[in-house]
Design a protein around this ligand. Sequence first.
Ligand code: SF4
Length: 75
Amino acid sequence: MSFKVVIDQEGCTQCGLCYSDECPEVFVEGPDGTSEIASKYQEGSPDNGNVPDDLKECVQKAVDVCPVSVISISS
Ligand code: SF4
């Protein structure tokens, strides 16, 4: 099973916590420092992903740590 992850990239402050610290398996640094979904999990665009359930804990940590709350999860 998998779940959906969306990054509101316009709100991302490029702090790097999601891709450098909490969940580099799923989040990567884009060209200008904005967070993107790793290419293997992307669905159509860099701000949209479909991620296997075994990475949910890691993504949830990124959701919790993001200082501007721009990462969201849905099933
Ligand atoms: S933690 Fe949030 S603000 Fe920081 S890089 Fe990731 S998405 Fe952007």
